[in-house]
Design a protein around this ligand. Structure first.
Ligand code: PHE
Length: 358
């Protein structure tokens, strides 16, 4: 092929590449020219048929045309790719004036929320968190807590018993979180400072009782822990939890087999106008049971009662949550009604952050 002819081929090809409007056509041109069986590639095969003195020159010219084509194809390719990208970006432009699509959000159950808030308060006071199993031994749930087999307190607890195994001891669904006091004192040496949130069970069902409910237990054992610490700790807890600065509080003498002395704590409230409002007012509301750990209980856990003493308390979580969040019926906590959860549930973003304080 003469130089002129080759130049003509090259010019037409370059013009064609230049005018290609899309990547697929460009790829077709590449295959048809410099591909394995492309027209330019085929021309290389003519070199061997040319007279020997022309071969070198022809080879050089062919290589030059090939390089020109390669370069032109690459440049056109980059150009077309950029155009395609710009077209795509223009088409995908986000319309920020569009209203957002509603996304379904889950909510935090008020019980979980209350537990999280309570733990945040106690953790800031230096308490650790302990847990125990729902199924307990008779010893941990009763006997070690100074409630021997024939004690009348056992009847008051409306206990769910598990079927008795031959010769084995009777297991129970724990009637309170207090057995975790025993578990902790048996496995840990004082000083002890723990709170225990968890499920508890009693055969009882009405608008203020559910057979499964939650408690949070507290236990502090040290050398000089006294009733003043108990009062200070619980008053501070209630004020923070209910968010009432000068929340009135009083401790009434009471009875629990595992504490001596025992007390019930009331907080001030007002029932004026039909509603219940926590804070200053003419009325009192019982909120928790507490007392100084009975020396007999310390003895059951091999803690020397002449060297160590401390306090314990137990509080119903549903009741506290009902009061704080204005939930009227305890049974609704466990109905699993999605509408109820949407109404009373909490956003996951509202969980208290222990590091930041409450
Ligand atoms: N366990 C008691 C109850 O369920 C509450 C309590 C705990 C009282 C710790 C005193 C000390 O009623």
């Amino acid at each position: 092929m003469s130089t002129e002819d080759l130049n003509k081929v090259s010019d037409t090809l370059l013009a064609e590449i230049e005018n290609t409007g899309d990547l697929a056509t460009l790829e077709r041109i590449r295959i048809a020219t410099i591909g394995k069986q492309g027209s330019i590639t085929e021309l290389f095969k003519t070199i061997s048929k040319a007279p020997p003195e022309e071969r070198k020159g022809l080879g050089k010219r062919l290589n030059h045309v090939k390089e020109l084509c390669e370069k032109a194809i690459l440049e056109r390719k980059q150009c077309l790719e950029l155009e395609e990208l710009q077209k795509k970006i223009a088409a995908e432009k986000i319309d920020i004036t569009l209203p957002i699509r509603p996304e379904p959000h889950g909510t935090i159950h008020p019980i979980s929320q209350a537990i999280d808030e309570m733990l945040a308060i106690f953790c800031e006071m230096g308490f650790g968190v302990a847990e125990g199993p729902d199924i307990e031994t008779d010893f941990n749930n009763f006997t070690a807590l100074n409630i021997p087999p024939e004690h009348p307190a056992r009847q008051e607890h409306d206990t769910f018993y598990l079927p008795q195994k031959d010769g084995g001891t009777r297991l129970v669904l724990r009637t309170h979180t207090s057995p975790v006091q025993i578990r902790t004192m048996l496995s840990q040496k004082p000083p002890i400072r723990i709170v225990v949130p968890g499920r508890t069970f009693r055969a009882d069902y009405d608008s203020t009782h559910s057979p499964m409910f939650h408690q949070i237990e507290g236990l502090v054992i040290d050398k000089k822990t006294h009733m003043g610490h108990l009062k200070g700790c619980l008053i501070e807890f209630c004020r923070t939890f209910f968010g009432v600065d000068k929340l009135p509080a009083r401790f009434r003498p009471s009875y629990f087999p595992f504490t001596e002395p025992s007390a019930e704590m009331d907080i001030g409230c007002s029932r004026a106008g039909g509603g219940l409002k926590i804070g200053a007012g003419a009325d009192w509301l019982e909120i928790l049971g507490c007392g100084m750990v009975h020396p007999q209980v310390l003895g059951h856990c091999e803690i020397d009662a002449s060297r160590y003493q401390g306090f314990a308390f137990g509080l119903g979580i549903e009741r506290a949550a009902m009061l704080k969040y204005g939930i009227p019926d305890l049974r609704t906590f466990f109905d699993s009604d999605i509408r109820w959860l949407r109404h009373y549930g909490f956003s996951a973003l509202n969980l208290p952050n222990i590091a930041e304080g409450v």
